[in-house]
Write a protein that binds this ligand. Sequence first.
Ligand code: CIR
Length: 256
Amino acid sequence: CADGLNTAGRALVRPPGPRLTEAIVTHAARRPVDAALAGRQHAAYVAALRSAGWRVGAVAPADDLPDAVFIEDALIVCGDLAILGRSGAAGRRDEVAGAEQAARELGLRIERIKEPGTLDGGDVLDVGDTVYVGRGARTNEEGICQLAHLLGGRKVVPVDISGCLHLKSAMTALPDGGLIGVPEMVDTSVLPCLRVVREPEGAHVVVLGPDHVLMSASAPRTAAQLAADGLRVTSVDIGEFEALDGCVTCLSVLVP
Ligand code: CIR
């Protein structure tokens, strides 16, 4: 990496399908979603990844599956291992087929979470030598145990979550590995420390490079704080996806 530009990594995305407006809403205030605007916002998100040096590949469409755009939940990549999730939302389980195909095309080893385990990629936060895994509606204890087994010697820390969909709805990590998020939504007793944000969308950071993060335009104060700390911050408007409980992390899978 040079100048904060990632020159080798790949990013997998899946453009929104025709049934996007039927996606699951659990926590956001339900409102109509503008599909055309969502398409433009997704294109701008992809452009931001490309500008940061990521080679973007599209996962095969899954037009019958409204939530398929949230590709992070179906596929977890750790090194050369791709783990296909098994969502706690049964209607999302068929999303893994296209994700598996994309992972194979990248030459990754494939493993999968099996019944009765459930696990969404949005609950998996890989930071340094630790993998934090949210325990909540989408990811159960069995899913966490299976993940820990698949990850071999990695340190896996379950984190109870409340009032949010996924762990990464509540907390993510900065390029230096520091955690950032909303303490009321996670069991902070198992975390080393958590930098507190007061904008909920400020909890969502995608690390684009050693000093570069992608954030939602819905968190301008957090973005300003991180910029004041010396980070380069790219902000994108993903409002139509936030209306469907999405965030910046869930729209891509980064394969460094
Ligand atoms: C769902 O409820 O599953 C989708 N509407 C939103 C998924 C967002 N995924 C994520 O943050 N990892």
